[in-house]
Design a protein around this ligand. Structure first.
Ligand SMILES: [Zn+2]
Length: 329
């Protein structure tokens, strides 16, 4: 069994809040403790110029000037002196993850950062600086890419960047946005004119457990079979884990392991860290990596109450109706 390389550098610890904040350097220190025997590859920094592949110049300048001033970009998103520099290394980490089929254990996270920064009316950038998962796709002009974003929050920034790109199918599984940041990410958001159907939003109601994710897996598998991607890219957030802290979904190891298994037949895959603030980063991350490696594991799954299940089924019937216009599911 070959272990998946982790892309990591102590540089990632230099983006740090002045006061207590959920998104802090300890997150990846703790995760790393759990993955001690894994090979580590150092990222390189990308150039400022290259960031323009995914972000508008004004937004890049905003990050740079906030970082120099060590100010808050918005109510959720801080910068420190090194933030701009660290964010360039985070993009480099995503690139290295792509090049090595590895896992980018990096920060700051990126999936809420759209072309112009805040995306689809989100109130803030939700701790994100540059969109890491998007970078390798634009840098190498990749086609036939499937992004799976299982962070509990909607990856609005990623969806914004690829909104009009039919070569990038983006499946985003998240807690019902009526109940959580960023407040959008509904099933009827299907992509721009020439990319309709390539943006797929699947909702989990608050208190939903592994049994609901289990029902989504065959749907994701059908899209994979139909689209036939050349590469699977994961926006890997672990904040849907039960008790992780910022959400009310109740996923456990079962869900993360099975998310990893989805790419088993694929030679080309990479993942970058998004959210995850507590137990998810320990137990969820490990299970996901076992899945990515195709390691045989048995996890038990938890179940949702009938009320939660019925709410989920309502979403699911709408989601399936929309999806059937575009995909064989
Ligand atoms: Zn999140």
């Amino acid at each position: 069994m070959s272990l998946i390389p982790l892309i990591y550098s102590d540089v990632y610890l230099l983006h740090k809040p002045k006061h207590t904040h959920s998104e802090n350097p300890d997150r990846i220190k703790r995760a790393l403790e759990e993955l001690k025997n894994y090979p580590i590859i150092s990222p390189q920094k990308v150039s400022e110029e290259e960031v323009k592949l995914i972000h508008d110049e004004d937004y890049i300048n905003l990050v740079k000037s906030s970082s120099e001033k060590e100010s808050m970009i918005d109510a959720d998103t801080y910068t420190s002196k090194e933030t701009f520099n660290v964010a360039l290394y985070a993009l480099g980490g995503a690139l290295k993850a792509f090049e090595t089929n590895g896992f980018g254990l990096l920060r700051p996270p990126g999936h809420h950062a759209g072309r112009f920064g805040k995306a689809f009316g989100a109130p803030t950038l939700g701790f994100c600086i540059f969109n890491n998962i998007a970078f390798p796709i634009r840098k190498y002009a990749l086609t036939k890419v499937l992004i799976i974003d299982f962070d509990v929050h909607y990856g609005n920034g990623t969806q914004d960047i690829f909104w009009n790109d039919p070569e990038v199918v983006h499946i985003d599984i998240h807690q019902d946005p009526r109940t959580i940041y960023p407040g959008t990410g509904f099933p009827d958001m299907i992509g721009g004119k020439d990319a309709e159907g390539t943006k797929i939003n699947l909702l989990i109601p608050p208190l939903g457990g592994d049994d609901l994710y289990e029902e989504l897996i065959p749907i994701i598998q059908s899209v994979i079979d139909d689209f036939k991607p050349k590469i699977i890219a994961y926006s890997a957030g672990f904040d849907a884990f039960e008790g992780d802290g910022l959400a009310s979904v109740r996923a456990t190891e079962w869900t993360y392991y099975n998310m990893g298994l989805l790419s088993n037949r694929f030679e080309r895959k990479y993942a970058v860290l998004e959210g995850g603030y507590g137990v998810g980063l320990i137990r969820g991350l490990k299970a996901f990596i076992y899945g990515l490696q195709g390691e045989k594991k048995v996890y038990s799954k938890n179940t949702s109450s009938d009320a939660v299940k019925s709410r989920f089924r309502n979403y699911l019937s709408e989601e399936k109706m929309i999806l059937r216009e575009f995909w064989k599911i």
